[in-house]
Write a protein that binds this ligand. Sequence first.
Ligand SMILES: [Zn+2]
Length: 83
Amino acid sequence: MPLYDYICQACGHPFEALVRAATTPVCPKCGSTALQKCISSIAPAGKIEAIRMAHRRVAAAQGHFDHYSPSDKAKLLQGKKNI
Ligand SMILES: [Zn+2]
């Protein structure tokens, strides 16, 4: 899921959104879909980990474990069995 920078054309609010191909982002401030997409510059170092963790949460929610190490997978699978 790519991360894009947007600027709301209705209220000028800049924000970032992780966007799936089939979804349209909306301005978190005013709800407008009149957005200008900017090419995202390279994420600042502190943000990369946050983005990675966000991807992990999405992957876990969807049942994919590709981002996890084998030991993490084992833990997760075990946790599921115990539920
Ligand atoms: Zn707006």
